[in-house]
Write a protein that binds this ligand. Structure first.
Ligand code: ZN
Length: 97
């Protein structure tokens, strides 16, 4: 098993946190955009309700999939939970920041 030192863990976590924040922003933006498109047909053209609902579901599914892949402890690879500003992994107690 590969052992990371503290510096690698914090650097890896920093990158994961950055990717996670970008993913949250993109997912929120797309879901909101589709919600607006749903109401403002004049701006975005005509989309069927089912197309927009399916697209929103796809965004949410992609976000959950990405989170499951990305939001893991760099040291023990376990899921980090809901807190985006985690300092310590609750599984292996690795310092993340
Ligand atoms: Zn851990």
């Amino acid at each position: 098993m590969q052992r990371y030192d503290d510096k690698q863990i914090t650097r890896d976590f920093w990158m994961r946190q950055g990717r996670q924040l970008v993913a949250i922003a993109v997912a929120l933006f797309l879901v909101l955009l589709m919600a607006v498109a749903h109401k403002r047909h004049d701006l975005f053209g005509e989309y069927s309700r089912t197309t927009l609902a399916a697209a929103q579901l796809a965004v949410i599914a992609a976000f959950i999939g990405f989170t499951a892949y990305n939001w893991r402890c760099p040291s023990c690879k376990k899921y980090l939970g809901r807190d985006i500003n985690k300092r310590v992994c609750r599984h292996c107690k690795a310092r993340l920041r």
